[in-house]
Design a protein around this ligand. Sequence first.
Ligand SMILES: Cc1ncc(COP(=O)(O)O)c(C=O)c1O
Length: 468
Amino acid sequence: MEVPPLVVDRGAPEPLAVQVASGLRAAAARGVLAAGARLPSTRELARLLGTSRTVTAAAYDQLLAEGWVAARRGVGTFVVGLPAAPRGGERVVRGAGGPGRPRGAGGEEVLGGAAGEDLLDLRAGAPCTEALDRTAWRRAWRAAGGRPPDHLPDPRGDGAFRAAVAEHLLRHRGLPAGPDDVTATTGTSAAVAEVAALLPRGARVAVEDPGYRRSTGALRAAGLVPVPVPVDDDGLVVDAVPPGVAAVVCTPAHQFPTGGRLPVARRAQLVARARAEGLLVLEDDYDGELRYDVAPLPLLASLGPDVVVHLGTTSKTVSPTLGAGWLVAPEELRHRLLAARTEVGARPPRAGQRVLAELAASGDLARHLRRLRRELVARRALVLAAVEAAGHRAQGGAAGAHVVVPLPSREEEEDVVARARSASVALGGLAESCLASDRAGVVVGWAAPRRSDLERGLERLVAALRPT
Ligand SMILES: Cc1ncc(COP(=O)(O)O)c(C=O)c1O
């Protein structure tokens, strides 16, 4: 039951019932009372407000007549929509399915089903939640909830989670790490921010260009200076990393967003430079578990455990809902990171970690990963065929859940993104990921939509990609 804050003023000229009705209407318009919320009974609300029940019953009658609340006999009165015509100045927060396109903190449109019924969301970065077996998901949350609460403020994270991650790293990424080598994080971007805070303020840090802008944002927020380094079809051009940087942030398994896989020789070269020049390498392995017909390459962390911080996340393989990621760092850095957490009492929340541990323990995680790969392979084939049908060649599709379609100019990129947008297809342009480079193209992802929507909607992608 939801009781929004309501004030009734007996001295005001408006009748009390009108005041109660407008208070509830305003609460719904502000989103305080969302669709599905149950209102208190007229008796309960009268008691809370110190009015007679006649007042609250009259207010409810008015709202029922307006149609955005509904009474279910014997159950209660529920919000079923949004009140019509909010008065001037009231901000309407639209729920799922509303015509507005919700935006995230970074100004980007929020991923997921809330952006309009027909929207085919082909932006990179979302997980494939359709592949997640809901029964397994519920079972894991139930099992996690069955574990008694405790008060151990372990800044390293949950022990069962760290053990599950160690097993996962060995099995899927070939990295021999024990549970004590694993530190829980709340995700990769947050982990970049934590590591960045340990570097001297003002230090220069090499980042891939194009690259993941959240990493660049985390570095800037920590007072560091990102230095763009070009990438080619194979990923980071290690030779182009300038001398004097304190760290390098990179995505060797699947360069984001251009998709290159850093060859072994460049990996070895990067680790050798890190050792010789005393720089730290952050290996963002955001979708390293997802690979198609290509052999795995050794992680930077296995080539240089003394100079590499390996960062993993459940955001792409399971769901960002978990807020669970991990890092494996050189010992001295790990101690500094844990000391910094302890200093301020920060610790990654353990609920999502426990759910992942349960998914791993039951075998559901392994089943899910197999199923996810099968699903993504099938979707990838559909997208590659669509890109080809439009007369283009996709790049960077050996891993992950997106490709880049290079275009001759930024104008063309903007045109394609706009044409797609007007056909309700959401695409990212390369411009979003560029710092100094001026590459042009669009990034096409296939994890977010439902498979059936993807199958039905790809024609619209083909049309948007076709030269006019
Ligand atoms: C390159 C890259 N790194 C990291 C992440 C995000 O990881 P997390 O959700 O754990 O911060 C993403 C997600 O889009 C990504 O594309």
